[in-house]
Design a protein around this ligand. Sequence first.
Ligand SMILES: [Fe+2]
Length: 226
Amino acid sequence: MFAYDFHTHILPGMDDGAADVSTAVAMIRKLQEQGVEHIVLTPHYYAENESVEEFLERREEAYARLMAAPEAESFPPLLLGAEVRLHRGMSERPELQKLCVQGTRLLLLEFPYLRHADWMLQEVENITYQLQVVPMLAHIDRFLTWGHMTEKQAQRVLDFEDAIVQINNEAVLERHSRKFVKKLLKEEYLFVFGSDTHNLKDRAPNFDAVADFLRKYDYEEPELFD
Ligand SMILES: [Fe+2]
């Protein structure tokens, strides 16, 4: 059982995730079947494309369409959030606080797909203290696997203890990233899994893979909400 999926692209028509309500409903069902109790909805937010207000308006509309489905009565609790792409100067934008996971100070932040550089972690630190949020750093495993980040850089990210690391479930399926997950478990870092599900095909809900993997390990989901 997993208390939360912290990273999903389920809101219909919002980004490159679920294209329509019926796909969104099927993705929610699948997560439920895999034992997920709460789902955080985290559509992409790119500051260069729209203002926070415009994004929130679109998100509200997509959420209303989803909740109008007859199946909505039996949905698990859904929490609104966003996956916010990191950019320089973000810490100067207090409106970004509105993108935290509903009712919390957790902000899912995604590093840009560039070679990892010092300014990125510096910006994360500024965001943390200036905006008073708790960054959840999205799928660190991906940046390692794809070569944007060296192991040394990943270690520096882990060393910033005021952030929480989110790992994509598929990390347990590939040798290099599985090694990283094992390290997190062994050294008892605070981290959460997320499906980062976008559809029912190549990026479908995949907590079954993690459940299989975790049978051999002691993993306790951190309690992030009081
Ligand atoms: Fe994502």
